[in-house]
Write a protein that binds this ligand. Structure first.
Ligand code: BGC
Length: 449
């Protein structure tokens, strides 16, 4: 799983590679074939962009000084969403992923806020009016403070409580939205909150609790999958799976190979096992990086390995501003692997935090290239959502991780598009192939239920 905040044990310095260190382009601008109707755009999450999300556990932790930065007004997207979607539309986007802030919709256990619900209906309407497919996330790392106080994801009725919120949302939004993601990156959430102790609820090495929380998140997914299908005629439901590609540091060392396999089981398989068969209509894939692991140190690090940040691993790519390796080949492997499930795949996040715009553009080109190769080799990929629309509150990195397609001036809230915006548009609008997407979508709807 990619790190959030402090890196795992590693003594090697991280180097952000600049564009001059990169393999040189041939000089011609690439174009890759994408099927007609392929979804593309950007993704955001409520707490990271909306501003003033006062009723959730992150806000509380920010103000208690338990995390290093405050989200404050961040991008004021709660007010500026129309302008932001106009911008995305002007960049050619035909899809957009956003999350509903549970703590706004249900600020107290027995109270739903109709105004907040109307707000999100308006968000979905505005996207539809602009011809952008809404992809709605129901839980993206934050919990209402009241939910956290009553035990959060450790409480045995947490899945039911979450499902109650989901029911209210889908009853209100209805079939204005087809794509639903129940939970964003359950494994990242649990690792950061229950093992690394860096995010609320700040538990360190609470392995039993981590498992209990993951188990409840899986139950919550199952319940809400059913609820969404009961309320909306033909929804497409998944969760957003953080899918790192995991490799041993020393290919010949049994201990490293075994640590990579165990870690891969925990990060790439376990949650799917916990939710069981029949409750995914597609798979949401968040792909950022490769994890190279080395078995060393204490029992946990012997078993699961620790992330090795040394240089010189096979095919190593540049590191981003926050130390994540750019490794596009890994996305190919991940797409092929999850594509074998027979379900359509939607890349629900992929992006890089960098100050070097050539590096960002190259990152995007390389990842789109492997997606188009995966499609050509028969993998059913239906869309790509770049993380993220604009620079925003990056959890424990605050505003210091520029992932955005646009920079944001925090004083004036002015959005300044970056060069990759045009490159993305060009890549998605040139080199089209036959209209396969309709077929993909049909096969996706056919797998419902
Ligand atoms: C999360 C986002 C986060 C991004 C970059 C993903 O794991 O879903 O919330 O901003 O990574 O760190």
């Amino acid at each position: 799983m990619p790190k959030k905040g402090t890196p795992e044990a590693c003594s090697n310095p991280l180097i952000e590679m600049k564009s001059q260190d990169q393999p040189q382009d041939s000089g011609t601008s690439p174009s890759y074939p994408f099927p007609e109707g392929f979804l593309w755009g950007a993704a955001t999450s409520s707490h990271q962009v909306e501003g003033d999300n006062r009723f959730n556990d992150w806000w509380e932790s920010e103000h208690e000084g338990r995390v290093p930065h405050r989200s404050g007004a961040t991008c004021r997207h709660y007010e500026l969403f129309r302008e932001d979607f106009d911008l995305a539309r002007s960049w050619g986007h035909n899809a957009h992923r956003f999350s509903i802030e549970w703590s706004r919709v249900q600020p107290a256990p027995n109270r739903f806020d109709n105004e907040a619900l109307r707000h999100y209906v308006e968000v979905v309407n505005v996207l539809n009016d602009r011809g952008m497919e809404p992809v709605v996330t129901l839980h993206h790392f934050t919990n209402p403070s009241w939910f956290a106080r009553r035990g959060g994801w450790l409480s045995s009725d947490a899945p039911r409580v979450f499902d109650n919120y989901v029911e209210r949302v889908v009853q209100t939004v209805g079939n204005r939205a087809r794509f639903w993601l129940t939970i964003n990156e359950p494994t990242v959430y649990v690792r950061q909150g229950y093992i690394a102790g860096q995010w609320p609820p700040f538990k360190s090495r609470g392995w039993r609790q981590a498992y209990a929380a993951l188990h409840n998140l899986a139950r919550a997914h199952r319940l809400s999958y059913r609820t969404i299908h009961q309320v909306i005629p033909a929804p497409l439901v998944s969760f957003a799976h953080n899918a790192p590609v995991i490799e041993p540091c020393r290919a010949t060392a049994w201990a490293d190979r075994s640590a990579a396999a165990v870690r891969d089981f925990v990060l790439n398989r376990l949650f799917f096992r916990l939710i069981g068969p029949g409750c995914l209509d597609f798979v949401g894939i968040n792909y950022y990086t490769r994890m190279v692991v080395r078995s060393q140190g204490n029992v946990t690090n012997l078993l699961l390995g620790s992330v090795c940040r040394a240089h010189g691993h096979r095919g190593q790519g540049p590191f981003s501003k926050i130390g994540w390796e750019s490794y596009p080949q890994g996305l190919f492997e991940i797409l092929q692997r999850f594509g074998r499930s027979g379900l359509p795949l939607l890349v629900t996040e992929n992006g890089i935090a960098t100050d070097d715009e050539q590096v960002r553009t190259r990152f995007i080109e390389q990842h789109l290239k492997v997606i188009s190769q995966a499609i050509e080799s028969g993998t059913n990929v239906i869309g790509y959502l770049y993380w993220t629309l604009m620079d925003s509150f990056e959890w424990t990195d605050g505003m210091e991780a520029p992932f955005g397609l646009a920079a944001v001036d925090s004083k004036t809230q002015k959005r300044t598009p970056r060069p990759c915006v045009e490159e993305l548009k060009r890549l998605f609008t040139s080199g089209r192939t036959e209209p396969q997407a309709q077929r993909f979508m049909r096969s996706a709807s056919g797998s419902n239920g």
